[in-house]
Design a binder for this molecule. Structure first.
Ligand SMILES: [Zn+2]
Length: 195
């Protein structure tokens, strides 16, 4: 089931279709280079993937089949919730995402964040409560937004743990599935059969 699209985590670069905005934010927070725009057309997504080798992640079966026909790397997500979608990427690509704000990219613009060593520098850009409560802040060099490891990171880690568990269940279920059914499923989803 796992596809060897990326040999290591740093090679996993994505482009997402217009329906996957929330997933784009999550992938960036988890440190993956992820292109996303609400105004991308399918053709633009195909073109960018062709030029850059990015993995297309889509909820659109037509785009998925088109991408495979062009020999591009593509993943079709079936789930509607973020936990399920992350689990599908973990199971399908063999991803090993790590929740660490020091590795994050800006969820808004995809630039890698830089750590702020002197928090005085960002005093006027964060709420006073957060400024008092935290010592480490992260700055987006592209859009200027400032981030810190607030309470929402507990939720990020919890959801990621749940996604890992679900991915493991998916792997087990896939391994138990009779080979004929596996082939049929691949045919139905437009994937190339593997024998
Ligand atoms: Zn940014």
């Amino acid at each position: 089931m796992a596809r060897r699209y990326c040999r290591d985590e740093n090679e996993c670069r994505f482009i997402l279709d217009t329906m996957l905005g929330e997933l784009a934010r999550w992938l960036r927070i988890l440190g993956y280079d992820t292109l996303y725009s609400r105004v991308y057309s399918d053709k633009q997504i195909i073109n960018i993937a062709e030029k850059t080798g990015r993995i297309i992640v889509t909820r659109d079966r037509g785009l998925y089949k088109w991408a495979l026909k062009r020999g591009l790397k593509a993943v079709y997500v079936r789930f509607d919730d973020i936990r399920g979608r992350l689990a599908e990427l973990i199971a399908t690509l063999g991803l090993n995402p790590i929740a660490d704000p020091a590795r994050s990219r800006c969820p808004e613009c995809n630039a890698p964040l830089t750590i702020v060593l002197d928090k005085e520098r960002v005093r006027d850009r964060v709420p006073p409560g957060a400024y008092e409560a935290y010592d480490v802040f992260y700055l987006c060099p592209r859009c200027g937004r400032v981030y810190w490891e607030g309470g929402h990171w507990r939720n990020i880690r919890r959801v990621l743990e749940e996604a890992r568990r679900l991915a493991e269940e998916m792997r087990v279920a896939e391994a138990r599935r009779p080979r004929r059914a596996q082939r049929k499923r691949r045919r139905d989803s437009g994937e190339a059969g593997e024998g």
